[in-house]
Design a protein around this ligand. Structure first.
Ligand code: HEM
Length: 121
């Protein structure tokens, strides 16, 4: 037992979290419009990538990738308030899965570390 990713439950936990997290995001009036026209089924790999990153698991994304991947959203107004909403949904998802609070805080800190890249700052 070492990384946060393993402590949270590895690949199995990511799969469980993906469904709950995206159901929340797509219901959230503050941010759902950013996902208009994004085929969420085809996005399965990307959804998993998001959560794997937040859990500190193995992924191949750099900060530059996050910048490029969200640049079109920033052009459409993506800002801190939307980032905060995603963080809220992430925390609520992990809580629902009974992830201990200290691990939720660690996942939040990792997701938070991508803020400037995601928002193109
Ligand atoms: C918490 C930090 C975030 C992380 C770690 C993250 C991670 C990712 C990753 C890994 C992808 C896939 C990139 C690719 O392979 O092309 C992605 C795509 C996407 N993200 Fe994020 N993201 C974050 C924040 C946000 C926020 C705040 C929003 C909007 C409210 C958002 C909306 C999207 C959308 C709509 C896509 C799909 C873009 C497309 O394919 O057109 N993300 N994100």
């Amino acid at each position: 037992m070492s990384s946060l990713y393993e402590k949270i439950g590895g690949d199995g936990a990511v799969n469980a979290a993906v469904d709950i997290f995206y159901r929340k995001v797509l219901k959230d009036d503050r941010i759902k419009h950013f996902f208009d026209g994004v085929d969420m089924d085809k996005q399965a790999a990307k959804q998993k990538a998001f959560l794997t990153m937040a859990f500190g698991g193995p992924h191949n994304y750099t900060g530059e990738d996050m910048r490029k991947g969200h640049a079109h959203l920033v052009k459409n107004g993506l800002n801190d308030s939307h980032f905060n909403a995603v963080m809220e949904n992430l925390g609520a998802t992990l809580k629902e899965l009974n992830v201990p609070a200290d691990l939720i805080a660690q996942a939040a800190a990792i997701a938070e570390s991508t803020r400037n890249d995601v928002l193109g700052k």
